[in-house]
Structures are given as structure tokens and as C-alpha cells.
Write a protein that binds this ligand. Structure first.
Ligand SMILES: [Zn+2]
Length: 188
């Protein structure tokens, strides 16, 4: 979702999608729909238009401002637990190595190595840089003097939403800001 060309991204006029409680469906990646999908949802009566762009779409007998923020008419209850995926695991760990806190060349480390029966689960896998991963090898952290900054755990979706707030996207339309709460803002 992160686009290098923020202008092209802004020009695409995506809409921020809020749940029926006016909170974004997702922070990271931010829940955005293309304007085409958004208009479709408006016509299917699935969303309310909360805010609009100045740009309009036209057809011979119809004109409509492109929505910049929409909210779902029916509340979608988020699953309590997120899927165990590469992205979600990195997000739980804030995209930093859980041993040295660097952000370079991130990969995964089994806290209890697989060769010793360690399983591939939320509770046994952490984000680690290649260097720490190599250094640790098939040892336990206690055997090589490496310390985890936090014990790995199975996060709830709420935990991941919270973690996602540390990563505001490059581009934010002004009309989205009222519905988003970024950690970086709270620090001011
Ligand atoms: Zn490291």
C-alpha cells in the first residue's frame, strides 16, 4: 500500500473506509478503497458518504462528487485474533529486530529452534535481523547471551491496530485526519 509516488496516489482519490463506529477498518495498511470501488459501494447502499473530494465524476445524466471518507452501514465485527502471517508478525514486533532493535534485513527467528522442537507459532517466532538470526543459530537465547526485548505472544486484532498506529502512511488526505489517531501525534 505504501506508494513511492504520493502524488499519483493522491490523484487516484482513494476513500478512507470507516467501520459503522467511525473507526478505520484497518490502520496498517490503512483501509482505503479506489474511487471506483467506493462508488460501487455507494450504489449498493453499503456505505454512507462522510466526506467528499471536490472532484466529480460525470455521466450524461449524472454527477457525483468522489467520496473521500465513507462509513459502512453495517458494523463489521473484527475477528478477535489476526491471521498468523509474515506481515502481521512483523507488525506485532514493530518491524524491529527483537534482539538488537535494528530495522535492517528483517527475517524470522524461532526462539526455541526448530531443531530442538520449537514450533512456528506466535509464541515462538519473532522478527529478527539476519545478523542476530545467524548469530543465534540453533542455540537458545540464554546460551548465546542474547536477550529478547519482549516475550512473543499471540496478539489480538486490537494489539495490531495499536501497533499499526506507529506507521502513518506517506499520504493522508485532510478529510481523513479527523478519523485517525496516530501515535506520532500523541507524542507532541
Ligand atoms: Zn538484530
Amino acid at each position: 500500500m505504501l506508494m513511492n509516488n504520493t502524488k499519483a496516489f493522491a490523484d487516484a482519490r482513494p476513500a478512507l473506509v470507516l467501520n459503522a463506529d467511525f473507526r478505520p477498518l484497518s490502520y496498517f495498511p490503512l483501509s482505503l478503497w479506489s474511487w471506483q470501488d467506493t462508488i460501487k459501494a455507494v450504489f449498493l447502499d453499503r456505505v454512507n458518504i462522510v466526506s467528499e473530494y471536490e472532484q466529480k465524476v460525470h455521466s450524461p445524466n449524472f454527477e457525483m462528487a468522489l467520496p473521500s471518507v465513507v462509513s459502512l452501514k453495517r458494523y463489521v465485527k473484527p475477528a478477535r485474533y489476526p491471521a498468523f502471517t509474515r506481515f502481521n508478525l512483523f507488525l506485532r514486533d514493530g518491524f524491529i529486530c527483537q534482539y538488537c532493535t535494528c530495522k535492517e534485513e528483517l527475517t524470522f527467528d524461532h526462539v526455541v529452534p526448530r531443531s530442538r522442537g520449537g514450533r512456528t507459532t506466535w509464541q515462538n517466532v519473532v522478527a529478527a535481523c539476519s545478523y542476530c538470526n545467524l548469530r543465534k543459530g540453533a542455540k537458545l537465547d540464554s546460551e548465546c547471551g542474547m536477550r529478547l526485548r519482549r516475550q512473543p505472544f499471540r496478539p489480538t486484532n486490537q494489539d495490531l491496530q495499536r501497533a499499526g498506529r506507529a506507521f502513518p502512511p506517506n499520504y493522508l488526505h485532510q478529510s481523513w485526519v479527523d478519523y485517525l489517531y496516530w501515535d506520532s501525534e500523541l507524542e507532541i
